[in-house]
Design a binder for this molecule. Structure first.
Ligand SMILES: [Zn+2]
Ligand SMILES: [Zn+2]
Length: 384
């Protein structure tokens, strides 16, 4: 039997991390707090400043075996929170509205459990606290950092709490788990003129209308109806708020999503060709900036099976997704190179959605997350 840990202490830690909320790439205090906690564990080696403020705690069982990496995220969101609790964010306009505070607490709890029960498991465990997940840049910076080379995980795992699913349920899928996505900024440059003399300028208005009409139907034309993809227009800008000026420049921002990388590529090519063609027809200069690329998370079947086996042992409800999720996750950068799994942990069917100002991580998920990872390690250790 495993020596239990004090779950209330871990919940308190979650509340402290909640108060420290910092934005992507600026998670210094949060990383300091994590390091301070990891230092209290025996047999832990700490690697800091990986890909920014990233921190890895390596716990060694002292016995040969595999190296398992579990990931949590350090960053919060630029949202002013609306909570009636005794642990609100210390920083105005910043708060943990994606539950990353809870994900970090789960890993710190796992660390304590592993340290207290070193005799019961084999191999090494890396607790990876990754920066800048919300902007999609952190995982890539971590994996490209030279310091990542010393970690050498054999397998990688992550969970994300998911409102809209039964509390404590395990949501998983073999193969594609999340979509890939790509942001695009289209800038059109014509010529401003007096509003009374539009004929002396060159407004991008009509070109923008043509581009928007095209974007609205491009998915069906290029991908067809049987495969899933989305083109979402997220922001438009034309000229300035000046009644005396005929606009000379316009901007369209869109997000593309697809379950398959080849579909994303098809959309990118079609949009690039058409936008260039329309801009040329209207004698406009055009610039396309592709930004915030997220690859798709691909789950490895063997590990999905092992997660299901573990969830059955723990009597957790298992939800096998028929379709991948339309959201994205930069954990994909890890699963591209290293086998593993990302899964959802149900936060309650009617729970407040992620990124909402009223959202707060449900503390009851902390022991569930710790138990899941702990038993997954034991189950894998026991495979011949
Ligand atoms: Zn988020
Ligand atoms: Zn998140």
């Amino acid at each position: 039997m495993a020596e239990p840990i004090d779950i209330n202490g871990i919940i308190k830690l979650r509340h402290q991390l909640h108060s420290l909320a910092e934005l992507s790439g600026q998670e210094k205090q949060t990383a300091d707090k994590i390091k301070q906690e990891l230092k209290q564990l025996p047999f832990v080696e700490i690697v800091e400043n990986i890909g920014g403020y990233g921190v890895a705690g390596i716990i060694n069982s002292g016995k040969p075996g595999k190296t398992y990496m579990f990931r949590a995220e350090l960053d919060a969101l630029p949202v002013e929170e609306n909570l009636n609790t005794d642990y609100v964010s210390n920083n105005p306009q910043m708060s943990h509205k994606c539950g990353h505070d809870g994900h970090m607490a789960i890993l710190l709890g796992l660390g304590r459990l592993l340290s207290a029960n070193r005799k019961l498991w084999k191999g090494k465990v890396i607790l990876m606290f990754q920066p800048a997940e919300e902007t999609g840049t952190g995982a890539r910076l971590v994996i490209e950092d030279d310091k990542f080379n010393i970690l050498k995980p054999d397998f990688v795992f992550a969970l994300h709490n998911l409102p809209g699913f039964p509390l404590h349920s395990i949501i998983t899928r073999s193969g594609l788990f999340t979509s890939s996505s790509q942001g695009l900024i289209i800038k059109l440059q014509g010529r401003t003129s007096h509003a009374g003399h539009p004929e002396q300028g060159n407004s991008p208005l009509i070109a923008m209308i043509n581009i928007l009409t095209f974007l609205n139907s491009v998915k069906d034309k290029v991908i067809g109806c049987d495969r899933s993809a989305l083109v979402t227009i997220i922001h438009l800008q034309l000229g300035e708020r000046s009644f005396g000026t005929n606009p000379g420049e316009g901007k369209i921002m869109i997000t593309l999503r697809a379950h398959h990388q080849e579909d994303l590529n098809l959309l990118k090519t079609a949009i690039t060709d058409k936008v260039n063609c329309i801009a040329k027809a209207y004698n406009l200069e055009v610039k396309l900036d592709w930004v915030e690329y997220f690859p798709e998370v691909c789950n490895h079947k063997l590990w999905v099976d092992r997660i299901i086996q573990t969830a059955v042992q723990l009597d957790l409800k298992i939800i096998n997704r028929k379709q991948p999720f339309a959201w994205t996750e930069d954990f994909a950068y890890f699963t591209r190179k290293i086998p593993g799994v990302m899964l959802g942990l149900g936060a309650g069917e009617d729970y407040i959605p992620l990124h909402d100002k009223n959202y707060d991580f449900p503390d009851s998920l902390i022991p569930t997350g710790i138990d899941l990872w702990w038993n997954l390690i034991l189950n894998d250790n026991n495979q011949i």
